[in-house]
Write a protein that binds this ligand. Structure first.
Ligand code: SF4
Length: 306
């Protein structure tokens, strides 16, 4: 069979090893060298272009249904659990704890839960929600398993690598949020970022109040396709007497956006994390859809003289 292998950036270093194994089994194997940001980003067009019958996508769980043969190969990481001892003191005052992690540590969730229970905590693990497939699982764009238990817990615990996932969950919740990061060896509350991100958002909104021409980012990645929303936002901007164009790309390049000098501001409908994590990578404001709504509301108020 002709197969296209796809790896997220952190696993590309193992691509050849997997290709050789499949070739030894008699397959014709190709490796996608394109950036891969998540399971929202299946290389279906590449696979079709080379006549592949199947994509083997490493490192992510299924995100959305597609009309193509895709095999998902999860990648589990065994993190050192001894770091859990260091969470006892910071969690001392919290009784009911919401527990979340990523798919890479899902197999360790039970052990973390056991540890917290042994320290007298009531552990709440949210059901899979949206794009997530496992209880307690969060994705960069889906923290539903945290948000849905926000009212039921005194604090959250995230166990796993990096800050990308817990930051998304932090912004969807209101309770103290402890990150146990076994690779960096850190155990810390990250609540301060709620205010930092809120202020940045406020700054983007204020910087866009005089904008007249908006570029709306619409991704062609199969799991990020949000063209109906892009069209709605375009109509809304035009109904307010301004100009908008939908900008299409598979992977948005910030230098290319900077070259589009006619636009005063951009609005994101692609991966929601672009407007949260990357807005400073363009020289003009890059808004989320909610932030655009706020900009339009302020413009309305100003027009009405309020
Ligand atoms: S949409 Fe963004 S956050 Fe969600 S899986 Fe794709 S790259 Fe990750």
């Amino acid at each position: 069979m002709r197969i296209l292998l796809q790896f997220p950036e952190g696993l590309k270093q193992e691509a050849l090893k997997h290709a050789e194994k499949l070739e030894a089994e008699g397959h014709e194997v190709f490796i996608s060298a394109s950036p891969t940001f998540g399971a929202c980003d299946l290389a279906i067009d590449e696979a079709k272009n080379i006549g592949a019958e199947k994509i083997v996508h490493f490192g992510h769980a299924e995100f959305h249904k597609v009309d193509f043969n895709v095999e998902y190969v999860p990648y589990y990481i065994d993190a050192d659990l001894r770091i859990l001892d260091r969470s006892e003191e910071p969690l001392r005052q919290y009784k009911r704890v919401g527990l979340v992690t990523t798919i890479q540590h899902m197999h360790q969730l039970g052990k973390v839960e056991e540890f917290l229970r042994s320290k007298g905590k009531e552990v709440v693990i949210g059901k899979p929600f949206g794009f997530a497939k496992e209880r307690g699982q969060i994705l960069g764009c889906d923290a539903g398993s945290a948000a849905t238990i926000d009212r039921d817990v005194d604090a959250f615990v995230y166990f796993g690598g990096g800050m990308f996932h817990p930051l998304g969950a932090l912004l969807m919740t209101t309770k103290p949020f402890l990150v146990i990061e076994p690779f960096a060896g850190t155990v810390e509350f990250i609540d301060r970022y709620r205010e930092i991100y809120r202020k940045r958002s406020r700054g983007r909104i204020q910087a866009s109040v005089d904008a007249r021409r908006f570029g709306i980012l619409a991704s062609t990645k199969n799991g990020q396709d949000n063209m109906p929303m892009a069209r709605i936002l375009k109509s809304r901007i035009e109904a307010a007497g301004m100009t908008a164009a939908i900008l299409v790309s598979n992977t948005f390049n910030f230098e290319s956006l900077d070259n589009m000098l006619e636009f005063d501001a951009f609005v994101n409908t692609a991966c929601p994390r672009i407007a949260i994590d990357d807005p400073d990578r363009t020289r003009r404001p890059l808004l989320s859809a909610n932030e655009l709504n706020e900009v339009l509301r302020i413009k309305d108020d100003l027009k009405a003289g309020n």
